[in-house]
Write a protein that binds this ligand. Structure first.
Ligand code: 6R9
Length: 678
């Protein structure tokens, strides 16, 4: 792995919020030693209808042996998150500021919405929800493309105290049905259809199937509100007041949407009949704000629950410091709002800071492979936040598509979702960041609510592939197999023994499971399920899920480590490594390798790769198998489904549920491509 250290963009700039490692260390120390004071100073920037008590700011128990696990921040105080994101900014004179630019799948479809207009639309939709009987504490399921209405729906829930439960609009009808039945949603908000690239997806038809299936799980969804998205011609709607058009601009090209009278309602019809103002419901700081399902290693998805006060503080603070946000910046996070990254860093964090962001509906490859770079140029994006899987996919096309665009506006580049291999990091740094931007490799989880380990631009010297140091209020701990804390240099389970404000509070309707999944392995500690290494400079290197760890001849190593060596080869685009049982070594390495565009997989390439791993990590790490993979089995959020690869490695066709894969056919291809017959 590269040991080079790169200096951040604004080492010489006076503007960065955190200007030096000394300042970072001082603030980090304060956040751990005077936790209540640290966060209450931040809380004072928000509106509290009932004030918080600095002397009773937070409490927690992480030790299952001492009673139920509980985490509370500012209990008793009341506020409203939507009020803090919209009303407060409008009152502070930012009403005419653009909250979001919207860039459609088709480059000719674009629009924008101001803070004032967003507030008005949110008030209207809050009234719509109320008219459907939604009250504080009710769940509202959202299954929508990346359009303004998804933000409006989210914030309307927050305004009236309803708990939103977003299901990424790439999940199957089965997954949607299961999640709607689990949270017993009172309303489902969706859209008719959406284009992704040149593919038309009929979302509403899929919702109908899901609502039918939910009945089998014992839940009937009473109301479904549908945005008529497809027929809108946004081009003609770029009105100067920053809206995405009035209903008269909607041309009905799509009259065949499946419909159930009495249950289904058009968004625009409902919005016509309601008042543009709605008083917010004051919520206790520990009242639920939203839930979001994340996959469990076994059984049903887990409904991670986040609450009001702490999440607001944490999303706002991480956004400000990790992206070094300043007024006037234009920020773009490519994540779908259906994932936690979209919740915290498309919606809540940016709006809490009064930021202007881009929302992009399409894909990086449509109409061509330079789409991301053209959007950065078009909106003069200053902070760009994406995933390593996207970076690696775009690297395949080389520098030509990048060079066609002016990326001079960029200051900070973010990465999230998986460990970023140094090869991709360097490409991102050199070609997108032009060696002057900071890279924030942000480690966090649905459960953590916001970034927990990350470099800070203008402050942290960067090591490619390392998420570096903890954010304020966070103290990472490494444990060995016996639960003993590892001091100094070492590798182990990544855990935490105290909460930060944005941490999840429970799993919806299942506190037992919450305790057993996260707090039972090592009593007293929250277990991330990831492994990490601390190097001699104190940098953290997240090595991947603990179940991705391998033990070859007694040597502990992570799949990510081997993968990054493989992807350093100039002919390799992507690699995934799994362990396979081995009679002598215990486990051995089985590597799946996707060559670059136009490169043929040959025995020569295979032996070069074996040699490279052997040389980079050590003879014990020598792969037993290098298999050509035309593609990797990835979930729609871009995560490699390693359990499928483990099955391919042992030629076991019982692969289990692969419905969340972006492309299920790849699995058959991989079995066909096995280099061995057994
Ligand atoms: C935000 C998000 C969480 C898991 C997490 C870890 C992996 C995310 C990472 C990273 C290394 C990073 N992960 N960011 N690993 N470096 N910068 O992705 O949430 O979907 O819940 O996934 O993703 O394994 O435990 P979520």
């Amino acid at each position: 792995m590269s040991r080079n250290v790169y200096l951040p963009y604004s080492v010489t700039s006076e503007k960065a919020h955190i200007k030096s490692m000394e300042q970072y260390r001082e603030m980090h120390k304060k956040s751990l030693e005077s936790t209540a004071q640290f966060w209450s100073e931040i809380a004072s920037q928000f509106h509290w209808e009932t004030p918080y008590d600095v002397n009773n700011f937070y409490s927690y128990n992480f030790d299952v042996t001492k009673g139920p696990v509980q985490i509370k921040w500012m209990e008793g105080a009341t506020t409203n998150v939507c009020y803090n994101l919209l009303d407060k900014n409008v009152r502070n004179g930012m009403g005419d500021k653009v909250a979001f630019y919207w860039e459609g799948n088709d480059p000719e479809d674009y629009s924008k919405i101001t803070y004032k207009k967003l507030l008005e639309e949110v008030c209207r939709f809050s009234n719509v929800l109320k008219s459907k009987g939604v009250v504080k504490g009710d769940r509202v399921a959202i299954y929508m493309p990346m359009v303004f209405e998804i933000v409006i729906a989210i914030l309307s829930c927050a305004r009236i105290g309803a708990v939103h439960s977003i299901v990424f609009a790439g999940f199957s009808s089965d997954s949607l049905a299961e999640r709607m039945a689990d949270c017993k949603c009172k309303v489902l908000v969706t859209a008719d259809s959406v284009y992704r690239g040149d593919k038309l997806l009929n979302i509403k038809s899929l919702c109908d199937i899901a609502m039918d299936k939910a009945k089998n799980f014992g839940h009937e969804v009473p109301t479904c509100i549908v945005v008529r998205h497809l027929p809108r011609l946004y081009r003609s709607m770029n009105t100067s007041n920053g809206t995405n058009g009035s209903n008269s601009d909607i041309i009905d090209l799509h009259s065949d949407v499946p419909w159930t009278d009495g249950r289904d309602y058009w968004w625009h019809d409902e919005m016509d009949d309601v008042e543009p103002s709605c008083y917010p419901v004051w919520m206790s700081a520990e009242d639920p704000l939203f839930m979001l399902y994340t996959s469990g290693s076994t059984g049903k998805p887990k409904g991670v629950l986040h609450t009001t006060g702490g999440y607001l503080l944490y999303a706002a603070t991480t956004f400000k410091y990790v992206f070094d946000y300043h007024p006037g910046d234009v920020y773009w996070c490519t994540a779908d709002i259906g994932w936690i990254t979209g919740h915290s860093y498309v919606v809540y964090g940016p709006l809490a800071n009064g930021a202007t962001s881009v929302i992009f509906e399409g894909t990086p490859f449509y109409p061509d492979n330079g789409r991301y770079w053209s959007i950065i140029e078009k909106y003069k994006v200053t902070q760009f936040y994406t995933a390593p899987t996207a970076i690696r996919a775009l690297m395949k096309f080389g520098e030509e598509p990048v060079k066609k665009h002016n990326l001079d506006s960029l200051k900070v580049l973010g990465s999230v979702g998986e460990p970023i291999n140094p090869e991709a990091w360097l490409w991102y740094y050199q070609n997108i960041g032009q060696e002057r931007c900071s890279i924030a490799d942000t480690f966090w989880q649905t459960e953590t609510g916001g970034h927990v380990i990350t470099p800070l631009p203008g402050c942290t010297p960067m090591k490619p592939g390392s998420a570096s140091f903890p954010f304020f209020g966070v103290k990472p701990i490494l444990l060995d197999e016996s639960g003993k804390e590892i001091e100094g240099v070492g590798e182990g389970y990544l855990v935490f023994n105290k909460p930060w404000p944005g941490m999840m509070r429970t799993l919806f309707g299942n506190h037992e499971r919450f305790q057993s999944v996260y707090f039972s392995k090592f009593p007293g500690y929250y277990c991330t399920g990831d492994g990490a290494r601390r190097d001699e400079d104190g940098y953290f290197w997240v090595t991947g899920r603990v179940d991705d760890m391998l033990n070859v001849s007694g040597h502990l190593m992570s799949t990510a480590e081997v993968e990054s060596v493989l992807t350093e080869h100039p002919d390799v685009s992507e690699a995934a490594v799994v362990s396979r049982p081995h009679p002598v070594k215990g486990e051995c390495l089985y590597c799946f390798v996707t060559p670059n565009h136009g490169v043929t997989f040959t025995p020569k390439l295979s032996s070069e790769l074996v040699k490279k791993v052997r040389e980079s990590i050590g003879p014990f790490a020598m792969p037993d198998v290098i298999q050509h993979a035309p593609g990797l089995p990835k979930t729609r959020s871009g995560k490699i489904m390693r359990r499928v690869l483990r099955k391919v490695a042992i030629n076991d066709r019982e692969v289990g549920d692969i419905s969340t894969l972006a492309d299920e056919h790849i699995v058959e291809e991989l079995f066909k491509n096995r280099p061995e017959k057994s």
